[in-house]
Write a protein that binds this ligand. Structure first.
Ligand code: HEC
Length: 154
């Protein structure tokens, strides 16, 4: 006779359910605190909209391929990423929202800035995902900018 047959099935089911719910809650908490730009935080469509906006609002100074111009720094690559490494997408969002475009700061709304930011993330080789970038700074501050992917995080 196997031991599992002695255990009351109702108790077993309740136990399995508790473990499953507990595990899900723990996962949700982890997901909230440990999201990074590697977790697919914008969509392809959003980045496409951002690309069009970027070309009219930002490219004149920062270059069509985000490689920088005579006056303005690159928005891709090692130096840009090391400037922002360890900060959050919310910090970068606010920086853009308040000071860019340099000749008309604050002229773009949150939605447009989020779309442009999605394009910048895409051009820096961070993956797209199922959900668009939020328009609220607080939500974006939950997403860390990591120049390099941390492989030990699963
Ligand atoms: C008129 C030229 C001009 C335009 C247009 C412009 N920028 Fe800039 N941008 C600059 C200059 C110059 C700097 C560096 C000086 C500074 O930080 O203000 C800069 C800096 C930045 C930085 C900081 C880079 C870093 O390494 O920290 C970001 C991000 C940025 N711009 C994004 C944008 C975005 C997004 C747009 C379009 C919405 C835009 N800029 C439009 C001139 C411009």
């Amino acid at each position: 006779m196997s031991t599992s047959r002695i255990v009351c099935p109702t108790i077993r089911r309740a136990f399995v359910k508790d473990v499953a719910v507990g595990g899900l809650l723990a996962l949700a908490a982890l997901a909230q605190t440990s999201r990074s730009v590697w977790d697919g935080v914008y969509t392809r469509d959003q980045a496409k909209r951002g690309e069009a906006l970027y070309s009219t609002e930002c490219a004149a100074c920062h270059g069509l391929t985000l490689n920088g111009g005579e006056m303005a720094p690159a928005l891709t690559g090692g130096e840009f990423l090391s400037n922002w490494n360890g900060l959050t997408v919310g910090d970068l969002f606010d920086r853009i929202r308040r000071s860019m475009p340099a000749d008309r700061p604050g002229s773009l709304n949150r939605e447009k800035n989020a779309d442009i930011l999605a394009h910048i993330l895409s051009m820096n080789q961070f993956p797209a995902g199922p959900q668009e970038l939020d328009h609220q700074t607080e939500a974006l501050k939950q997403i860390r900018i990591e120049a390099a992917k941390l492989d030990e995080r699963k």
